[in-house]
Write a protein that binds this ligand. Sequence first.
Ligand SMILES: *Cc1c(COP(=O)(O)O)cnc(C)c1O
Length: 444
Amino acid sequence: MSANPSVSQNKKGIIMKFHSTKNSCSAVTASEAVRAGLASDGGLFVPDSFPVLDSYVLQPDITYMERAIRVLKPFFGGDPAELRIEEICSEAFNFPVPLRWLDDKQAVLELFHGPTLAFKDFGARFLSEFLEKTCPEGMSPLTVLVATSGDTGGAVAAAFHKKRCATVRVFFPQSGVSDRQRAQLTCWGENVTSYSVQGTFDDCQSLVKHAFTIPGLSEKMGLTSANSINLGRLLPQTVYYVHSTVLFRERTGVAPYIVVPTGNVGNVTAAFWAKKMGAPIAGIILAVNANRTIPDYLETGLYNKRKSVATLANAMDVGHPSNMERLINLFPTFEEIRNEVKAFSVSDDQIKETIRRCYEETGEILCPHTAVAERVRGEQLPGMPSIVVATAHPAKFETIVEPLIGKPLEIPASLAEMLKRPRHEISITPDTNLVGLVQSDKVA
Ligand SMILES: *Cc1c(COP(=O)(O)O)cnc(C)c1O
């Protein structure tokens, strides 16, 4: 076990292990890491070593599904789940993942064609299918706790609804989500309960993190997390970086820069992992909103966690990103992290200006999160080969986008269906005692 994972060939038969970023508990298999969510020492699981992508995975002419299976299988080497990866992928990734070209050098990777119209569907659906297909017969359901700034909760609720493997508790900031996000968070019932917390996303995250530290609760309730601290959310996100960059290189002959709208640093960590495995990526840029924790850290070397501030790109309103621990684990010295990781902040005014201008100039309609990344591409990478990651469908944020483009947005069918359903939510304060809450079987 090493704090500084080295790249090694994962040949057939090699057992893949994962260790904690805090390095003070023993290494586990992928299944164990996914079921636990967080390591027992409070750290996040990272691979002991990274599999190297082979020439088959790096060819352009294979389907998304084939690539997903080939990229993900080595992470489950020696794990009983290895045999179920095909099935899990084919259930989870049943929607398109288009790479759309703006011109001959610039593309947009659209990750919002899943059921809840944000990239969170990839991780949430993989995680739910994984748990459902590997859950031992007769085992009582897990309790999945999820803190959400808007999109994660909807994706996790949709992915787990009516699954037998888990009951789900979603915690979202009462006044921090759009009405359509709220519909996606609260239209479920059965095994899914949604709590609106009278506070910020950071309060929601603290509530959930605290539950894992209550002695005995984790074992008793089979607690796990469906936040991007869970390895089962992160691994499937590596696939679309491999896929899109292979297609990009096939068409242009060069490896692209990737610009990722970033909040809790989960999605962009998957990009760094894909690069480490050998995906053709020239560099990775974090585009953040007014929550400047990361750019300030890279500039000064001092990491100051903050309270999150509310912005138009609400799914990125994070003052203390959980997955920074994984990035620091990948690049252990400040020198390395400063060389490898670039981050730029975009204000709300710039988000608005970018949505308006892109629509006027090209007809492109961006969600506020994707606008953060387009802004950064325009300023930092003019004319360079690049992919902007489009993380949500603009129709989820119609109250922001419609006035800027001056016309109504079409509502995709999956969203229209969720908007029609009855909603259930329970309002709680940030200091609510989760023990009572989690142990109650009451479902609103
Ligand atoms: C969650 C989310 C992000 C931020 O992703 P992280 O993995 O938290 O960095 C960006 N855009 C949208 C639309 C999201 O839902």
